[in-house]
Unconditional design. Structure first.
Length: 219
């Protein structure tokens, strides 16, 4: 039988503790890495393409769904699925006319990505409201429809909307930011907007002051 001295026991004990700590640190690091690598944007381009294909295939078979070709393209010929926006009418307003490309518009909106594991409703990346979407109480913004900062799909939707319309608009990446990363929006992202057209005015005409009381009465 081989005897071990007290010093050796202490040394082995220290080595054992150090080894355990090392294992634990590796474990924690691994967990942290695993958590960090729950990549909700893995295969993002393919997933967005699949989402768009299913949307284009199913949307026109359902009541209340429409599609509109990019405003600058010839609407007489059939385009590719990425040349259209897809629209679900949530609520129709009582307006009779639509904005022109040179008009200013007042809208409230909320923009999301397609659903992911961590964000089953879609990650909200921008908007005039981040809580419950309610046109009567949401904040709003005003801008020139022809502004270069407005993506093609957003302009396309507004050119077909009437005052008071609330649409859910699905915009393919080709009509949004394409292969460009824009802030928290990954490249090749299909964008989903809840969008309400509150008002619009022609170039050179001052838009009436927005009144939340009037909006609440209408809604």
């Amino acid at each position: 039988m081989k005897f071990i001295s007290l010093r050796q026991l202490r040394q082995q004990g220290q080595l054992f503790i150090i080894g355990c700590l090392g294992c634990l640190s590796c474990l924690f690091i691994s967990c942290g890495e695993d958590d960090a690598t729950v990549d909700e944007y893995a295969d993002w381009t393919a997933r967005n393409d699949q989402f768009l294909a299913a949307l284009a295939n199913d949307s026109l078979r359902q009541a209340g769904w429409y599609r509109y070709k990019k405003y600058s393209l010839n609407d007489e010929s059939e385009g590719t699925i990425s040349q259209y926006i897809y629209v679900k009418v949530v609520e129709s307003g009582d307006g009779l006319d639509c904005p022109m490309f040179t008009d200013s518009v007042r809208v409230c909106y909320q923009g999301r990505l397609i659903p992911t594991v961590l964000h089953p409703e879609g990650y909200v990346f921008d908007g005039t409201i981040y809580g419950t979407y309610n046109p009567a109480t949401n904040s709003n913004t005003k801008f020139l429809l022809s502004s270069s900062s407005i993506i093609d799909g957003f302009s396309t939707a507004l050119l077909h909307m009437h005052r008071g319309d609330h649409w859910r608009v699905y915009i393919p990446s080709e009509l949004a930011y394409k292969e460009t990363v824009n802030g928290v929006i990954p490249a090749h992202s299909l964008l989903i907007f809840d969008l309400t057209l509150i008002d619009f005015s022609p170039a050179g005409q001052v838009m009436p002051v927005w009144s939340s009381r009037e909006m609440m009465d209408e809604w």
